[in-house]
Write a protein that binds this ligand. Structure first.
Ligand SMILES: [Zn+2]
Length: 138
């Protein structure tokens, strides 16, 4: 049995030579497909099942594609597109984590998010992005 799995793994490895393989976009497509499959359980949204299958097919096709340059370009565009939402989600996560110990505010000059400790009275901070000094009540 162990020999069988080793042979299967070796065959898969040989098959994947020169192919693109998985990346962040493929993972996102898999997750999206799972969400669509879940939603298709509700009767009015049944048709979503076919879209989920199509999304899954695109994900598998991307992994098996031999046009690595084009798949890399798509990945780069996807990562650029996701950069801002991911950063905003991380900021929200940090704000929730630090809600008792720190106060968040935006720099009036450049809009950068700044964090100061709570309960320290009037604090003067320098924005690390634009070097403007801001005085805030903490
Ligand atoms: Zn600033």
């Amino acid at each position: 049995m162990k020999g069988y799995f080793q042979r299967a793994a070796a065959a898969l490895q040989k098959y994947m030579i020169g192919r693109y393989g998985p990346d962040e976009l493929v993972a996102a497509l898999f997750v999206f497909s799972c969400i669509l499959t879940f939603l298709s359980n509700f009767r009015p949204l049944r048709y979503l099942y076919f879209i989920a299958i199509a999304v899954l097919a695109i994900a598998v096709w991307r992994m098996l594609s031999k046009n690595i340059a084009k798949r890399s370009d798509e990945r780069y565009k996807f990562l650029q597109l996701m950069e801002k939402p991911v950063a905003e989600f991380k900021l929200l996560k940090n704000r929730i984590r630090d809600r008792k110990t720190h106060k968040y505010f935006k720099c009036k000059n450049c809009g950068a998010s700044l964090r100061i400790p709570k309960g320290k009275g009037k604090i003067s901070v320098t924005c690390p992005k634009c070097r403007v000094k801001v005085t805030k009540n903490s």
